[in-house]
Design a protein around this ligand. Structure first.
Ligand SMILES: [Zn+2]
Length: 139
């Protein structure tokens, strides 16, 4: 490290860290709910979408070794994960704006589970529609 870098890290660098870490300065771009529920996670949602794709099109995405004997096992295990992950992310979305100050927010959790159940129940129809579109595109 050159002496120029040392002066940067001793002064200006620390100043940048301080300003980026100062809650009074980042409060406009940072949100935490009143009961400490984290914001929805883009990474977890991306992973959930990948799981949904893998059960809508078994064998095309992940678990390419899947066959008719194992498809039920894989589908059930993945749907269980999708349910837990998606309901958690939806709950976080509801809690983003809810006013509850209690540490556990049962209202948001119930709404999230209800929506997740409705979404999961529509997956077979979603696949039917996607397969129909794919067939139409091949014609
Ligand atoms: Zn809430």
């Amino acid at each position: 490290m050159s002496s120029n870098n040392e002066s940067f890290f001793k002064g200006r660098f620390d100043s940048v860290v301080f300003r980026l870490s100062d809650q009074t300065l980042y409060s406009d771009v940072f949100h935490i709910s009143k009961h400490d529920v984290p914001m929805p996670s883009i990474d977890d949602l991306r992973e959930t979408i990948e799981l949904i794709r893998s059960i809508l099109f078994p064998g095309y995405f992940r678990n390419s070794e899947i066959n008719k004997e194992t498809v039920g096992y894989y589908t059930g295990a993945k749907l269980d994960r999708i349910y837990r992950w998606l309901s958690e992310q939806i709950k976080r979305g509801f809690c983003f704006t809810c006013e509850t100050s209690e540490m556990s927010c049962s209202n948001c959790e119930e709404k999230a589970k209800d929506l997740t159940e409705k979404f999961i129940e529509r997956l077979p129809e979603l696949r039917r529609l996607l397969a129909f579109d794919a067939k139409a595109a091949r014609r």
